[in-house]
Design a protein around this ligand. Structure first.
Ligand code: AMP
Length: 609
């Protein structure tokens, strides 16, 4: 059986891990880093760049660089939270025909699933190189608070990347698996996982006991994360720059990208230092000429800027404690997950909520990836004796005739689970019923998220209230729902399985797969070209040296020929085309042979006896 990898597909950074014996290990990138920036860019030449390479060029290609995509996946364009991203993102967010949020890159429109697939392909390739074998199966983590369309969209992203997603695992559950692996599980205890990453916040309460990981409660905010912290600093810097110069740097994409990078750097520095200097020379051109930004940001000011964001994590924590029926004093340990938990104010608020110091032994950047690796190990059969009892984060139900919402599966139910309920007709001789599936906590259907609608047709005419329509909801261990309806009274079994109203159609997924393969091919060509180019570079240098040494022995025609060959090699070095570079390399080989023949006749040269 080939290896299964575990992937933490983060808003800011992603991690891929695998079991080595009985230990989960993070697979490093070729550059030696354990995390890959969750950034994808399309250059003006249509090339796709992923990870560190995409991050490096972000400042010069802001509208073609996509980050924070996890905030858009599985969401509608008219979602007000998507609007808030659109307001500050340098790239354009548009609506797909079915209303899903999509991004625009140059002349192309891409779904968040396709962008995420590019990151997943990159991680897959990294893993394949590291393991020396093809990787087909994966476990991918998602915030526990992700709803059904977000989970389905994440799974689709995996499919586009050529991965068979065996499990969509909740991030806090993954973190607790890794924590359990640290050997901190000898006694039964209840822990809290406080996960504040780049784009989302999750809080989960879990009971760990002899190999059983039971999620007692989960809550969160899929639109709260480090990017909001960065934005507060950006707005603070921009307001002060505007006051000084009259120019709003946020109106210029390049300046905005520079502000974004500087803000994140300052934020991270303030986790260690009490203050930091932010300098951005030539940020904008004002009527008086080029203007520079220079500001000192103290930790106190930063805490004032982001205080309300940190406070926003308090309510979900209290809700989760209440759902679990526990007091903070009953929590034995609090795990901090996600880079943003490094901010001292966050740690202080966590301490206030849970009345204890958070655990300092887990690496907040890697713990979710490692947990995904352990889950992959469980699926492979490499890790035994672990039972995961996860819960559904939001209630699922159907709309009633009067626009109300009947919950079929309550939030917090342990998954996988199945619930059925029998409904009937409201009119005489009604031959069809509509089932509108929704997810949410509100009592009015409209206020919840619509997942799907379908009709059960062909019910034999009968007085109202007679037919028995059994509606069944299933949630699998990925937290993904399917719904069916059956007409029990007629004996005729009709069953309809829901396809979601959002997400990608099978054709779109197929198109995505084909494009992902095309890009993978392009990536392979680029790697091959890079290798040949580096051989050409080395050989050009050594031949140039030989030429300098023996040029006096060469005829004028030979000199001319060699110089021409060197010139074409230099221009081939700037090419991305493997064939052009290979031709230059072949030509250089001929030149090298010619020079070695001449050198052999040099009486001063070595090699002549
Ligand atoms: P994640 O999604 O877990 O990779 O979290 C990434 C978020 O953590 C980003 O918003 C980072 O800017 C933030 N982050 C990373 N390191 C630090 C740090 N030392 N202090 C504050 N925030 C950080």
């Amino acid at each position: 059986m080939s290896r299964i990898v575990g992937i933490d597909l983060g808003s800011t950074n992603s991690v891929v891990a695998v079991m080595e014996g009985d230990t989960p290990v993070v697979i490093p990138t070729k550059e030696g880093s354990n995390t890959v920036p969750s950034i994808v860019a399309f250059s003006r030449r249509g090339e796709r760049l992923v990870g560190a390479l995409a991050k490096r060029q972000a400042a010069t290609n802001p509208e073609g660089t996509f980050y924070g995509i996890k905030r858009l996946i599985g969401r509608k364009r008219d979602d007000e939270l998507v609007d808030s991203v659109a307001k500050h993102a340098p790239y354009k967010i548009v609506s797909a025909p079915n209303g899903d949020a999509q991004v625009q890159a140059g002349g192309r429109v891409l779904s968040p699933q396709e962008i995420s697939a590019a990151i997943l392909s990159h991680l897959k390739e990294n893993a394949e190189q590291y393991l020396g074998e093809a990787v087909k199966d994966a476990v991918i983590t998602v915030p526990a608070y992700f709803d059904d369309p977000q989970r389905q969209a994440t799974r689709d992203a995996g499919r586009i990347a050529g991965l068979n997603v065996l499990r969509v695992l909740n991030e806090p559950t993954a973190a607790s698996l890794a924590y359990g692996q640290l050997g901190q599980m000898t006694v039964e205890k209840v822990i809290a996982v406080y996960d504040l990453g780049g784009g989302t916040f999750d809080i989960s309460i879990l009971r760990l006991a002899q190999g059983v990981f039971e999620v007692l409660a989960t809550a969160g905010d899929t639109f709260l994360g480090g990017e909001d912290f960065d934005l507060r600093i950006i707005q603070w810097l921009a307001a002060s720059f505007k006051q000084d110069t009259g120019v709003d740097p946020m109106a210029d994409l390049l300046a905005l990208q520079r502000l974004r990078e500087a803000a994140e750097k300052a934020k991270c520095e303030l986790s260690r230092e009490k203050q930091t200097e932010i300098q951005l020379p030539f940020l904008a051109t004002t009527p008086k000429g080029p203007s520079h930004l220079k500001k000192t940001l103290t930790r106190d000011t930063f805490e004032q800027l982001v205080g309300d964001l940190v406070e926003r994590t308090r309510t979900p924590c209290e809700e989760a404690l209440e759902m679990a029926g526990l007091d903070p004093g009953q929590i034995a340990d609090v795990l901090l997950v996600g880079g943003q938990t490094r901010t001292p104010l966050v740690q202080q608020v966590v301490m206030e909520i849970f009345k204890r110091d958070p655990n300092r032994y887990v690496n907040p950047d890697e713990v979710v990836g490692l947990g995904a690796g352990i889950q992959a190990g469980i699926l492979c059969g490499d890790v035994k004796e672990i039972v995961l009892l996860d819960v559904t984060p939001l209630s699922l139900g159907v709309e009633t005739r009067d626009g109300g919402f009947i919950k079929m599966i309550e939030r917090g139910a342990t998954v996988p689970c199945r619930r059925s309920r029998v409904f009937t007709t409201t009119a005489n001789n009604q031959t069809k019923v509509e089932v509108h599936v929704l997810q949410g906590e509100r009592e009015i259907a409209d206020a919840n998220k619509s997942l799907a609608r379908f009709e059960l047709v062909g019910i034999p005419p009968s007085p109202r209230g007679t037919p028995q329509i059994e509606v069944t909801f299933d949630i699998d261990s990925n937290g993904i729902a399917s719904v069916s309806a059956k007409d029990l009274s007629s004996g005729l079994q009709q069953q309809v399985v829901v396809t979601p109203t959002s997400g990608l159609s099978p054709e779109e997924i197929e198109r995505g797969i084909a494009e992902a393969e095309m890009f993978a091919e392009q990536d392979r060509r680029r790697v091959a070209a890079a290798r040949t180019r580096s051989r050409l570079e080395g050989l050009l240098q050594s031949n140039q040296k030989t030429f300098d040494e023996f040029s006096q022995l060469l005829s004028a025609e030979q000199t001319q020929e060699i110089k021409q060959a060197f010139a074409s090699c230099r221009s081939a070095l700037a090419s991305e085309d493997q064939e052009t570079i290979q031709q230059a390399l072949d030509r250089l080989g001929e030149i090298a042979r010619m020079m070695s023949e001449v050198a052999l006749y040099d009486p001063n040269s070595l090699g002549v006896s």
